[in-house]
Design a protein around this ligand. Structure first.
Ligand code: NAP
Length: 497
């Protein structure tokens, strides 16, 4: 360098662009810098602070350039740089550096060996196609896209390379429990449109078609849904219309009026209410069942469609909003965290199955608490549970087993006392009589379900139908029913030693 400077008759260099920090490279480069020169640091490790530089060379203008933090802290500035670069690249002024491409993560080892042998000139790139089967140029349409799962799914789509999406909802407002994800989405440089569209109204979908112009939908994710719960005797036509409107009519209108590519993936958000049934949700369950029936039928006709019967999601969404996670847990049904849900979603899209259930279940507990008798479609699960043997504390163990070993009269009294306490808590009435019908004493259908679930947990090993408190409406009747069943699980030989 010194020879070069001498030959060119220069005193020093005006600018140092440095990325070398080990040994004494910084002071050496600095020694070559003219008075009042610029030192631009692009290194990361072992670099000098502004104070160090000011002490060593107060005349030098020192700047640390960190593209990664600039992206985060000053996205507008970074965006402007990239745009300028893009313009020059498009005009042919800048050529991309040489690239050696490996297709798919499974080629990772070969790519690293290639690097290790120093065979590369320029970059070594491992490409991974989007797991969402949605090309970068495709328009992803999410009905219910401003809801909680809509927003987290949209975020995932962007992470997987989607560049263009339309989020539909009636209000156009993002779900309150997904605001952090929404802020992330808004900050993304993608073509994202929020469209106020009531998919259950044909005219609204026709208007949306007009707004889209000639854009084709490359993948459709159908999440629009509302809950209108009620126990069977209270369900009216209106309840069914509310559930069917977004899920079933909405899907019909979108398929009828939007231009959806023939090979576009359609992902339908169904629910385990259509797989297992769900107390108080017959209408919701029925509307989800329609989606489940359509998915295999459409797939068979060459339009790839997947219906996922989701269990409750743990972090955001309807189940969190309606506070149903603890009720589900009491029955042995767990909740999906967002990362797992997204993993399931991409596996479902890749696998060929049109209808998939996605829910973590503790089968022993669930089968015991949900059905008086295991339905045929879950018999395989029951066989697995039997093979695995009793879970610790299950099958009438612990307190239930102790009760079971008591003489019948004592057992009945102990069970009655336990149920009375629980019922008094639920109806918030310390003087509730044991012969009062619970449903006329402040317990409603849903708190009745919760009450039943607590009984299931308390008296493990006893099969309790969903209709328990209709069949046995008072504390006395419940106690007789449960105590009788506990008698059946008492260990041979009577009392516990
Ligand atoms: N979260 C869960 O645990 C869970 C479990 C199983 C299945 N699912 C299913 O997953 C989907 C999304 O659930 P989520 O938890 O995200 O619920 P959410 O937060 O309530 O979102 C539902 C979205 O649908 C929109 N919507 C309702 N009716 C509509 C209509 N007619 N036209 C257009 N948009 C409409 C709502 O917005 P507006 O009110 O502004 O229209 C809202 O943005 C639902 O279909 C649900 O059945 C969820």
């Amino acid at each position: 360098m010194r020879t070069f400077l001498k030959d060119s008759g220069a005193d020093g260099v005006d600018v140092v662009l440095n990325s070398l920090s080990h040994d004494d490279y910084i002071p050496r480069s600095l020694a070559l810098l003219v008075k009042g020169g610029r030192f631009m640091e692009i290194g990361k490790r072992g670099i000098w602070s502004h104070e160090q530089m000011a002490e060593a060379r107060p005349d030098v203008m020192y700047e640390k350039i960190a593209a990664d933090t600039m992206m985060e802290k000053e996205p507008w500035r970074y965006n402007a740089y990239l745009k300028r670069l893009l313009g020059r690249a498009e005009a042919g002024g800048l050529q991309p550096i040489n690239c050696h491409l490996f297709d798919g993560l499974e080629k990772g080892v070969s790519a690293l060996q290639f690097l290790q042998r120093a065979n590369n000139i320029g970059k070594v790139v491992i490409s991974q196609p989007s797991r969402m089967l949605c090309g970068p140029k495709d328009l992803a349409m999410l009905s219910g896209g401003m809801g909680a799962l809509g927003i987290v799914t949209a975020q995932y789509l962007v992470e997987e390379g989607c560049k263009s999406m339309a989020l539909l909802s009636r209000s156009g407002k993002p779900s309150a429990d997904a605001m952090a994800h929404w802020d992330w989405l808004k900050a993304c440089a993608i073509d994202m449109k929020v469209e106020k569209c009531d998919v259950s109204e044909e005219s609204s979908v026709v208007a949306l078609r007009g707004a889209l112009g000639d854009r084709r939908v490359g993948c459709l994710l159908h999440l629009a849904g509302v809950l209108a719960d009620g126990m069977l005797p209270a369900l009216s036509r209106e309840h069914f219309e509310k559930s069917y409107a977004p899920k079933v009519h909405g899907l019909y209108h979108m398929c009828k009026h939007l231009e959806i590519a023939e090979d576009a993936v359609r992902l339908l958000f169904s629910s385990t209410s259509a797989l297992f049934g769900s107390p108080g949700q017959a209408n919701y369950s029925a509307s989800n069942s329609v989606l489940d029936a359509l998915a295999p039928a459409w797939s068979a006709r060459g339009r790839p469609t997947r219906s996922v019967q989701w269990g409750p999601w743990a972090e955001v969404g309807m189940a969190v909003q309606k506070n149903t996670l603890s009720r589900a847990k009491a029955m042995g049904v767990g909740a999906l965290n967002t990362a797992t849900g997204m993993g399931v979603m991409s596996s479902v899209l890749f696998a060929g199955e049109a209808l998939v259930g996605a829910v973590p279940v503790r089968w022993a507990k669930y089968l015991r608490s949900a059905y008086p008798e295991t339905p045929r479609f879950l018999e395989d699960m029951e066989a697995e549970v039997r093979k695995a043997g009793p879970a610790p504390g299950a099958g009438g163990g612990g307190g239930a087993m102790e009760l079971a070993s008591l003489p019948p009269e004592e057992r009945l009294e102990a069970v009655r006392a336990g149920i009375r306490e629980m019922a008094r808590e639920v109806v918030d009435d310390g003087s509730l009589a044991t012969d009062s019908p619970l449903l006329e004493s402040g317990m409603d259908s849903l708190s009745g379900v919760e009450f039943r679930n607590r009984l299931v947990t308390e008296f493990e090993g006893v099969r309790m139908p969903n209709s328990l408190i209709f069949d046995h409406p008072t504390v006395n009747e419940l106690a007789a029913f449960i105590s009788g069943q506990l008698g059946d699980v008492a260990p041979a030989g009577g009392a516990v030693p």
